[in-house]
Ligand binder design. Sequence first.
Ligand SMILES: [Cu+2]
Length: 163
Amino acid sequence: MATSRLKIVFMATFLVLAASISAKEHIVGDEKGWTLDFDYQTWAKDKVFFVGDTLVFNYAAGTHTVAKVNGTGFQQCITSASNGILTSGHDVVSLQTPGRKWYICGVGKHCESRNMKLVITVLPQTSAPAPTPIATSTSGKLEVQIIYGFVVALFGSLLLLLV
Ligand SMILES: [Cu+2]
């Protein structure tokens, strides 16, 4: 009986550790996906993006596109073909470098008039949430703190069981 309890504690610890280390997948627009008239500013506001995370753009292929642009392209809604335009309908973008990233839809006036534009700030990969000059939400930091607190608590209970 004691061994099965140990197993559970081990598994829980492992799962929590795995969750805190592994990269996160961000579904752009959540269940709404990449679509017209969605507020991507608000969607991105309470999220923290790290190097190694991925963005997933979901939409019906042919109705929209995903183009990575620079700040000017974002403001003026201009796509440049050299950056590559994604069209699959399930476009997975891996965030490989820190900094600001801009994505727009290249179809019609979806960027200008229908708000199909997303800007995010990708933070460098760190094991601990170091103070950053870039604005980040506090909820992300809290989440990390809770995870680490949980891990510490699990190890504590593990020690108690072994004694
Ligand atoms: Cu579009």
